[in-house]
Ligand binder design. Structure first.
Ligand SMILES: Cc1ncc(COP(=O)(O)O)c(C=O)c1O
Length: 353
């Protein structure tokens, strides 16, 4: 049986035979209407594409599912990759399911929850100083991983079109689903780390041949690689990134199609401060949409655009919520309020009055 989710689009994925699919239930995520909670001008609608509800808690499951399926189909030995945590957690789970080893070089600053998720599934992980934050280290390690994977018969999990175009087909399925779920969307806001997600949305919409919504790239101002790429540069920072947002600390673009996606979709770049992301994070979590900060970055961009008068009347907006709240308990804790919790017999009369 061919599993549902991303495998509904098997004819668009790079597998020769979908019976090799390695699935944990990825894709098919819901679209949540949050219009009523945001106080935007009448006529504007906002939906959240709930990618944090994927099996390991992020959109990277779509990519890892394709990766491990290719490993199985091509009798490769395993997966080796770099990760800020989520791609690694996805690879670890799908590697476990496929019975293949997974070796990861992870950001030394990765949240402990993501590292536990990786290790508990049985993957090997090495923390790598400078990876993500420092552009030269990030580029060097990515090249080393790609080369070593090739030498040893492993698949490289570097989640951007520059390094691993085949596995990125998995992320295009978000656009395929959105074209069905929100066919009249005018704007899709997505966070940018290495840019693989954003460029995959563009490629996915183009595959379908229909109208492409404006794709808005939302990036922390402490990691302005897209600003550099849109100015004709290589999309590489001159200095280490300064954002604290896990998943978005990538000092070099991993996907060369980001400028084409901005121009071709009529989209734009919105840079946001970490403080604005924290405010957007609080708003989503307090709506019951429990995402990690990177998963609230699209909302931060939307709210900044609305404040700046950049949001047209009647816009029908989709925000891509990329990762789950439990992946970064430290960020959630600031919303949980100070302890200690009241303990002992509760005075229900007072609590419910
Ligand atoms: C939760 C989350 N959101 C967004 C991103 C950014 O995705 P990309 O690197 O494809 O731009 C990542 C990447 O790790 C992530 O983990």
């Amino acid at each position: 049986m061919i599993p549902p989710g991303i495998w509904r689009f098997a004819d668009r994925l790079p597998l020769a035979d979908p019976r090799h699919a390695v699935s944990l239930g990825e894709g098919g995520t819901p679209l949540l209407d949050v219009t009523d909670a945001l106080g935007l001008p009448a006529g504007v609608t906002v939906h959240v594409k709930a990618e944090h509800l994927n099996p390991t808690g992020s959109f990277k499951d779509r990519i890892a599912a394709v990766a491990l399926s290719l490993v199985r189909e091509r009798s490769l030995r395993g997966v080796v990759g770099t990760s800020s945590g989520n791609g690694g957690a996805a690879a670890a789970a799908y590697g476990a399911r496929a019975g293949r080893p997974v070796v990861l070089l992870a950001l030394a600053t990765a949240p402990p929850e993501k590292l536990v998720q990786i290790r508990s599934a049985g993957a090997r992980v090495h923390l790598t100083d400078g990876l993500g934050h420092d552009p030269h280290t990030t580029l060097r390690v990515a090249e080393q991983v790609r080369a070593a994977a090739g030498r040893h018969g492993w698949l490289a999990l570097l989640t951007g079109g520059r390094y691993a175009p085949e596995i990125m087909y998995g992320a295009r399925t978000i656009a395929y689903e959105l074209a069905e779920q929100a066919p009249d969307a005018t704007h899709v806001y997505a966070p940018i780390g290495g840019g693989g997600l954003y460029a995959s949305l563009w490629r996915g919409y183009r595959d379908l041949g229909g109208a492409v919504p404006r794709l808005v790239a939302v990036q922390p101002s402490g990691c302005p690689t897209v600003r550099d790429a849109l100015a004709g540069g290589p999309g590489v920072l001159a200095e280490p990134s300064t954002t604290g947002i896990s998943g978005l600390q990538v000092a070099t673009l991993f996907d060369d199609d980001v400028p084409a996606a901005v121009a071709g979709s009529g989209g734009h770049l919105t840079e946001v401060t970490d403080e604005r992301v924290a405010a957007a994070h609080a708003r989503l979590v307090r709506l019951g949409v429990s995402v990690e900060p990177a998963g609230a970055t699209a909302l931060a961009g939307l709210l900044d655009d609305a404040d700046a008068g950049r949001l047209p009347a009647g816009a029908r907006v989709v925000l891509v919520a990329t990762g789950a709240g439990w992946k970064d308990v430290h960020a959630l804790s600031s919303l949980a309020g100070p302890g200690p919790l009241p303990h002992g017999a509760a005075d229900l009369e007072e609590l419910l009055a």
